[in-house]
Design a protein around this ligand. Structure first.
Ligand code: ADP
Ligand code: MG
Length: 301
């Protein structure tokens, strides 16, 4: 097979691992910087152009689109889909998962456990919004943040009001969420491929940090998950319409609660914590599923 990997940097760990895994399984792999792709969207024969060349002959495309370039990256991916190339994750599912409000609404509708979460537009409703989330301490997070940036723990009502005021001043959309203190600064990342949890790790934030993101100095270790956590992860990925997903949850007193579903989960943390060859499993999934023209949109909403 000929596999395109949409990534801005061929030196990134996940990108390199996917290229190596594809080669090891006897495929061709090519890293393409999606920000350098361009297209004639009105053409009867959709195509993707890249640095003066028309890209042809790909069987599958693996999107590794950074959060800051979701808009253009998903447009390029959509163009690949229009040409009949099998996407590991579909553009629609990626856009859906990148919006925390939309994702939580979809998960909630299907009965997935979530931290109590409020969202409001008007500053007049701040007090009630805080009450809705159970009162301070609360976690306030930007709708389109990633790697822990824009996720704030407000321990008092005054702190929460100040943060909300600041975010509003910046015209940023945010959520106000119940703080799951009992998680103890740790969360669980379940790596789902094709409806199965293939690996899971616990991430523990560094001393004094409630955010467990590895990019913020968190440490990862192998963990055994409960059947409830396993089914929550599998169902969440499926609701989002993602073939490959990193489902992040917290262990709360009322069972697992999902925080987010990542559509481009990093491979470094999970491969190092579990010793598993996740990249090879991803390529294996593509081998089974990359049938030309099979690009029906999955998921809901
Ligand atoms: P990002 O997309 O930036 O990673 P998350 O919503 O995943 O944002 O939050 C980052 C981290 O903050 C999580 O991994 C978790 O450790 C911690 N966290 C987020 N929300 C809560 C919450 N409601 N209660 C406790 N900890 C939280
Ligand atoms: Mg996260």
């Amino acid at each position: 097979m000929k596999i395109a990997i949409l990534s801005r940097d061929s030196k990134l760990y996940s990108t390199r691992r996917l290229v190596d895994a594809a080669h090891a399984r006897g495929h061709q792999a090519r890293v393409i910087d999606h920000q350098r792709c361009y297209m004639n969207i009105a053409s009867h024969k959709p195509a993707v152009h890249y640095k003066g060349e028309k890209l042809i002959g790909f069987d599958a495309v693996i999107p590794r689109i950074g959060a800051s370039v979701t808009f253009y990256g998903t447009a390029v991916l959509r163009q690949f889909e229009m040409t009949g190339v099998f996407p590991l994750n579909e553009s629609v599912a990626i856009s859906r998962s990148r919006d925390k409000l939309r994702s939580l609404q979809l998960l909630s509708r299907r009965g997935i456990g979530l931290p109590v979460t409020g969202f409001a537009h008007s500053p007049d409703d701040t007090e009630d919004l805080l009450k809705l989330a159970g009162g301070a301490p609360v976690v306030i997070k930007l709708i389109e943040g990633t790697q822990g940036v824009g996720v704030v723990l407000a321990e008092t009502r005054q702190a929460a009001e100040s943060v909300i005021e600041a975010f509003r001043g910046l015209k940023a959309n945010f959520l106000v969420q119940e703080f799951i203190a009992e998680a103890g600064g740790a969360d669980i990342r379940c790596f789902v491929i094709g409806g199965k949890v293939v690996a899971s790790m616990k991430r523990q934030g560094k001393e004094g940090e409630f955010r467990s993101n590895l990019h913020r100095g968190g440490a990862a270790q192998l963990i055994k998950i409960t059947p409830e956590e396993r089914s929550t992860a599998v169902r969440s990925a499926s609701i989002m319409g993602l073939n490959v997903a990193g489902v992040d949850m917290l262990r709360s007193n009322h069972g697992p609660v999902v925080m987010e579903v990542n559509s481009s989960p990093g491979l470094e943390g999970i491969e190092k914590a579990t010793g598993k060859d996740i990249a090879s499993m991803i390529v294996g999934f593509i081998e089974k599923n990359a049938v030309a023209g099979k690009t029906r949109t999955k998921g809901s909403g």
